[in-house]
Design a protein around this ligand. Structure first.
Ligand SMILES: [Zn+2]
Length: 495
């Protein structure tokens, strides 16, 4: 039986919701939907939780002064502009109000439809029926087994999984820069849409907030940091017990990125630590955890690793080694979310479309032009298809001196943005996402077409106005823009 009830919020507003028998229930809360399904009202399973003054204080802080989806002007996180708040509103399912009657609860936006399965998601009709309307939890797309039962169009490609990784690193970076920690980042609490490359972080109410007693979150198997898992047996208040914090989030973040890019868990290898499966899981993810690609100890390495972190380029490889070798048991050594964001963005600029139309990955990171081979299917890139921009930026205080500012691998129909043109623009939440220029191939010749860049210069030094193009020849050097922060671009072809 369905009936509509009314939630009275702490600010006096009243919001209707539909009461259903047997509402969807998570570990902490159960959920009712708005009549138009645009928001959800959630109550706590355990009345003790709802009565806990610490939980109330935490949720008030999350909805108010730590809220990155609300600008500072509107009472949200410090320094947050309206544009940045709107950007992050799409990256988190952030609670926006507290319910005081009929009992303590929270109101959250509903998940955008991109993150819910539509019709025919699986190759099995029954499975499709079961999945319809369910959340696209990361786990559906990160295990080879589950991927095999999904329709190909649901799976996206390597580029969209890289895009998801960037979005997640950016969301975690934002949370951490505010001093918050998620405490339970996992394949269940990050919904992803491999079709669009989007992700949304959910279950925000168990965040760790500075100065407020932390939530009693255990975490999700496979994503709990080793130091937390090892001390799980100690009582919650024991000072020796390691509780979730920003550094444990960084373990979970690295695990998720590894899974998105390589479809396997970084610690699940052939090594067996105990005959008891529970004990084995506890040791292999905790005290004895060993990266399957550890270069010094290969005892947990699967025999059939076709694609490895070295196929992702040097920056990502070194971050994975820091996360899972140096930092696996030393939390302070783990790369920050900002470091992940930067390295992933750098890798995105080296993407190359695979020339094999049947390649499931579709894209790969062309990090070494001397070995231009798609690691997913083994197809070689023809030299005439390799064009790279070596960017340089002006050294401050040394007129005429330039320093390296990154490499971009370009291809037919590739858009370029302000962060490719100017050295002081980074593709974060503040960046202008309108196309500045694009590369295309006409009659076998690569061109850079200016769309909106002010004072782009040809190799001969002439202004290239919007609508005009530069021929991309090996060795050509030109100014992306002759403004102070405009990059110098050196072109290399076939090498
Ligand atoms: Zn390929």
């Amino acid at each position: 039986m369905e009936r509509t009830a009314e939630a009275i919020l702490t600010d006096g507003r009243r919001l209707p919701y539909v009461i259903k028998d047997d509402p969807p229930r998570g570990g902490m809360k159960y959920t009712y939907f708005a009549p138009d399904r645009s928001y959800v009202v959630q109550f706590f399973n355990d009345p003790k939780n709802a009565a806990d003054p610490n939980l109330r204080k935490r949720i008030e802080a999350i909805i108010g002064k730590y809220n990155p989806t609300l600008s500072e002007e509107e009472g949200g996180a410090r320094g947050g502009t309206k544009a940045a708040a709107d950007y992050f509103a799409g990256k988190f399912c952030w609670p926006f109000a507290i319910v005081q009657s009929p009992e303590f609860g929270i109101v959250c936006p509903a998940y955008p439809s991109d993150f819910l399965f539509s019709d025919n998601a699986s190759i099995y009709p029954q499975m499709s029926k079961d999945l319809k309307g369910k959340d696209k939890k990361s786990k559906w797309f990160t295990s080879e087994k589950l991927r095999q039962i999904m329709k190909e169009r649901e799976l996206g490609d390597f580029r969209s999984m890289l895009c998801i990784s960037i979005n997640l690193a950016r969301a975690v970076r934002r949370m951490h820069s505010a001093g918050l920690a998620h405490s339970d980042l996992s394949c269940n609490n990050v919904l992803i849409d491999p079709i669009s490359g989007g992700c949304v972080v959910i279950d925000i109410d168990s965040l760790v907030v500075p100065g407020i007693y932390p939530p009693e979150v255990i975490g999700t198997s496979g994503y709990i940091a080793p130091e937390v898992l090892t001390t799980l047996g100690l009582p919650f208040g024991d000072p020796k017990r390691n509780l979730p914090n920003a550094r444990t989030d960084l373990h979970a973040l690295a695990v998720l990125i590894y899974e998105y890019l390589l479809f396997r868990h970084p610690l699940s290898g052939p090594k067996i630590y105990s005959k008891d499966p529970d004990e084995d899981e506890y040791l292999s993810k905790g005290e004895k955890a060993l990266f399957i690609e550890n270069p010094y100890d290969r005892s947990n390495r699967p025999p059939d690793l076709a694609i490895t972190i070295s196929d992702l380029g040097r920056s990502l490889e070194s971050l994975f080694l820091r996360a899972f070798v140096d930092g696996l048991h030393c939390p302070d050594e783990r790369p920050t979310a900002m470091e992940w964001e930067k390295a992933l963005v750098g890798a995105f600029d080296l993407l190359h479309p695979c020339e094999n139309p049947n390649c499931a990955a579709g894209w790969f990171i062309l990090h070494d032009p001397a070995k231009p081979v798609c690691p997913f299917c083994g197809t070689k890139v023809r030299p005439e298809n390799i064009v790279r921009f070596h960017l340089k930026s002006r050294m401050r205080g040394s007129p005429g001196q330039w320093k390296e500012a990154g490499v971009i691998n370009v291809y037919h129909n590739m858009p370029l943005f302000k962060w490719h043109i100017y050295s002081d623009v980074f593709p974060d939440e503040k960046a202008d996402r309108s196309m500045a220029a694009y590369v295309c191939r006409v009659n076998g010749e690569f061109l850079l077409v200016n769309r909106s860049v002010h004072s782009m210069r040809s190799p001969g030094g002439n202004i290239v106005p919007p609508g005009q193009a530069i021929r991309l020849k090996d060795g050509a050097v030109f100014l992306m823009s002759d403004e102070e922060t405009g990059c110098l671009c050196e072109v290399s072809c076939g090498r």
